[in-house]
Ligand binder design. Structure first.
Ligand SMILES: Nc1ncnc2c1ncn2[C@@H]1O[C@H](COP(=O)(O)OP(=O)(O)OP(=O)(O)O)[C@@H](O)[C@H]1O
Ligand SMILES: [Mg+2]
Length: 164
């Protein structure tokens, strides 16, 4: 892992906007692993990311099906593997078909199954800040696919990158 990029948002809309800006860089086959505690904003990030992919449908937590699919400029597969059954289901699925279908795949709690995934993804790590609406969003490109986009990513999220 190299070049983590750290951004800060102070509202759910800002997190959605940041995610939407990142979606401009998305390509078919991309994988994003969202890491962060309950209520950190993983689903909110996915909503903004989906909007940036041109998805009009409302993106919600994938509660009943393991994978929720959405159609946009690029299609989105949205997974949440918080529960053990979901982890097992995801592992049973193999996930390779999903990752090869030309969509972009976003997995909430994705770090729990990262050992079963290709080492080429963007890890988005969301942590709570000082104020209730503050979030720290760390972008860790793992593997060449996203490492090659580090500069473009930093331009995309420049509005939310805290001055050093
Ligand atoms: N800066 C922010 N970014 C994202 N969400 C925020 C922010 N400030 C406040 N919130 C609120 O935090 C909550 C985030 O909920 P969300 O469902 O996106 O979290 P999650 O990480 O997906 O949780 P879960 O682990 O339950 O799936 C929402 O209620 C949202 O309005
Ligand atoms: Mg969620």
């Amino acid at each position: 892992m190299s070049h983590p990029l750290v951004a800060v948002t102070d509202s759910v809309d800002a997190t959605r906007a940041l995610a939407g800006a990142l979606a401009e860089l998305a390509r078919p086959g991309d994988l994003l692993l969202l890491v962060g505690d309950l209520g950190a904003g993983k689903t909110a990030f996915t909503q903004g990311f989906g909007a940036g992919l041109g998805i009009d449908d409302q993106i919600t937590s994938p509660t009943f099906a393991l994978v929720q699919g959405y159609t946009g400029r690029l299609d989105l597969n949205h997974l949440d593997v918080y529960r053990l059954e979901q982890i097992n289901e995801a592992l049973d699925l193999g996930l390779s078909e999903l990752l090869d279908d030309g969509s972009v795949t976003v997995i909430e709690w994705g770090d729990t199954i990262s050992s079963a995934l290709p080492r080429d993804y963007l890890e988005v790590r969301i942590t709570f800040g000082e104020d209730p609406d503050d979030r720290r969003i760390e972008l860790n490109p793992v593997g060449s696919q996203w490492q090659a986009r580090v500069r473009a990513m930093s331009v995309a999220v420049t509005e939310w990158v805290a001055p050093c």
